[in-house]
Ligand binder design. Structure first.
Ligand code: M6R
Length: 615
């Protein structure tokens, strides 16, 4: 959470810092700030968003050739100007620090530094970094060395950028457990939490590794690694040319990123499945060169994930059991990491994450390894992420950058990937005939078109959204593989429209939640024409009989007729294995349009951030 950008160049860097912050705002938007060197360190901070910061910068005519900036998702200390970054320390020569992550031992360091006379002006863990560097600068006059010495005392995850008033000709940056990239430019050098913030200045990117500390000047950079030496061993890191297109990170004709990302799903899924769509058969190599060996030893699956990615795992469980005959356990990563589960070396552990940065998912995966699980696979949307780097196997969902906080195209591409995995395992374990494999490939080939078709229900969903926007609560019902889709629909609605929404397996209704049903409670049901449709229809009758208002997303062949208090939107005919992927689309559209009617912030819902890099 939190976004960092820094720039040092031959020209005024303030426009680059502001543009970078706008790109990074999805990472946190509680407050924003920047500091530039201009006859001293000039700092501007606000509890508002980046647009507010821009106004202040214009009013104050802030300019400078070097600067660091930050957009915050509050962890330690409420969102306020005094808690906004950059944080300062030092009297004769000020130190400025921006930080993404959490310093776990901040209390001990704080009390130590207070004893030494340092005065704390914020409630943040970040401020201890600034004072620690200032303290080390009293013994070691070189900022680079003082930063390295300070880092040796920090526990936790961080990406930081540091400037010193007396030496405005350099920025020191470091990473440990949070992403940080250097952008190598012609007229300057840059640093940021992700590539999208750097594209305005350069496409030449260096991905810093754990323990790296770098010094940037306007005409060069150097990098050391401090994992085995407090003062750092010099290292070379490759410069990559980013192929990320500006189109991928810009809104284009859309009103919101969420809207763009919903409508990008046909192409996102097509990109994810590209290697399969033209193939005659599916190869395990799609998951990595070791996949054949590892999959042949795999007898069970354990999926670890959070939020929407967890829902993708829940869908996969049904597929893995039914198609591959493989037992599958799906765990919320933040719970798994604090239980005492029994490890099994033949279980393949799968981490699913859009960002690949989610702290709980990363920690759960590490914990699974410590417990004795041997093999792991990442399903992830960010190629350079920590998750991708810590697993034996990997599959990239090629959805392109997902910027809206509510996950949409990441989910459907995760599902497409998990279906591919299911089929691969089924094939390797002789649960799938060559004919059936061909049928699945044909179905996957059709998926982008089917998604396009599903998007066409939007005008009908818009009409429903108007009545939903008046409600305070909603129930979502599904059965079988569509139950996790109901969970995902409820999560989308509560996340961006702030309407309280709960999902239930429809068979559970009469065990309690039916008591909630009255004319004020809209009930969304997912009613595909599958083997559970008959059961679901009985559940819907139970609701109808009690005056509940039903909003049913059915298949064209589900045979559910509209009546008083029972509204139906029909998708195409039942799509078999693909059905949960297609039934996701109208639920995303519903949440989006309810949010529009309510006027909430679609892309940046309150209290949330895109990548949850803290526990
Ligand atoms: O990046 P990840 O997929 O690991 O993120 C997991 C959750 O934080 C994420 O899916 C969250 O639930 C979304 N905001 C839901 O729309």
């Amino acid at each position: 959470m939190c976004g960092i950008i820094g720039a040092i160049a031959n020209t005024n860097v303030v426009p680059v810092l502001l543009e970078g912050l706008l790109r990074l705002e999805y990472r946190g938007y509680d407050s924003a700030g920047l500091v530039v060197t201009n006859k001293g360190l000039e700092r501007v901070r606000t509890t508002g968003r980046v647009t507010e910061l821009s106004k202040l910068v214009v009013q104050q005519k802030t300019q400078g050739f070097a600067g660091i900036a930050h957009t915050r998702w509050a962890t330690h200390g409420v969102p306020s100007e005094r808690n906004a970054h950059p944080h300062f320390s030092g009297q004769d020569s000020k130190i400025a620090v921006v930080h993404n992550g959490i310093i776990e031992n901040h209390e001990a360091i704080r009390s130590n530094l207070k004893d030494k006379g340092f005065e704390f002006l914020s409630d943040t863990d970040t401020e201890v970094i600034a004072h620690l560097i200032a303290f080390n600068l009293q013994q070691e006059t070189d900022l680079f060395k003082a930063v390295c010495l300070s880092l040796a005392e920090l526990q936790g995850a961080y990406a930081i950028a540091v400037m010193e008033e007396d030496h405005p000709e350099r920025i020191i940056v470091a990473r440990n457990g949070a992403p940080l990239l250097i952008g190598v430019g012609k007229d300057g050098n840059y640093v940021a939490s992700d590539t999208s913030a750097l594209l305005q200045a350069t496409r030449s990117i260096i991905y810093l590794e754990e323990g790296d500390v770098a010094e940037l000047s306007n005409d060069g950079y150097r990098i050391v690694n401090c994992l085995h030496n407090r003062l750092g061993d010099p290292v070379q890191r490759a410069v990559h040319e980013s192929t990320l297109s500006n189109e991928a990170i810009e809104l284009g004709p859309y009103a919101h990123y969420m809207q763009k990302e919903i409508f990008e799903q046909p192409s996102a899924v097509a990109n994810t499945l590209e290697m399969v769509l033209n193939a005659q058969s599916i190869s395990p190599n799609l998951f990595g060169s070791e996949a054949e060996k590892i999959f042949s030893k795999t007898s069970k699956i354990l999926i670890l994930a959070c939020g929407t990615s967890y829902h993708a795992g829940l869908v996969a469980r049904y597929w893995l059991e039914t198609v591959a005959g493989m037992s599958c356990n799906v765990e919320i990563a933040s719970e798994y990491r604090y239980r005492d589960p029994i490890a099994d070396p033949n279980t393949l552990v799968i981490g699913i994450s859009q960002s690949g940065e989610t702290a709980d998912t990363l920690a759960a995966l590490n914990y699974a390894k410590k417990l004795g699980h041997q093999y792991s696979l990442a399903i992830c949307n960010v190629p350079e992420s920590a998750l991708i780097r810590q697993t034996d196997l990997r599959f990239l969902t090629r959805a392109g950058p997902e910027i809206g906080v509510a996950s949409t195209k990441a989910f459907t591409t995760q599902l497409a990937s998990l279906l591919l995995l299911t089929v691969t395992l089924a094939k390797m374990h002789k649960k799938l005939s060559a004919d059936d494999e061909k049928k699945v490939i044909a179905a996957l080939r059709h998926l982008p078109v089917a998604l396009q078709h599903a998007l066409q229900v939007e005008p009908q969903v818009k009409i429903w959204a108007k009545s939903f926007a008046q409600k305070r609560h909603a129930l979502f019902l599904g059965r079988g593989v569509h139950y996790p889709i109901a969970m995902e629909g409820a999560l989308k609605l509560k996340e961006i429209s702030y309407i309280h929404a709960e999902a239930y397996a429809a068979g559970e209704l009469k065990h309690g939640p039916l008591a909630l049903v009255d004319s004020e409670m809209p009930i969304v049901a997912i009613a595909p024409n599958d083997q559970l449709l008959g059961k679901l229809k009985s559940n819907l009758q139970e609701v109808h009989a009690r005056g509940g208002e039903l909003y049913v997303f059915a298949d064209a062949d589900s045979q559910i007729a509209e009546s008083e208090g029972l509204h139906v939107i029909r998708l195409a005919e039942h799509a078999g294995l693909l059905s949960p992927i297609l039934h996701t689309i109208p639920l995303q559209l519903l949440a989006y349009h309810v949010s529009l009617v309510k006027g909430t912030d679609v892309d940046k819902p309150r209290n949330l951030a895109k990548a949850v890099t803290v526990e």
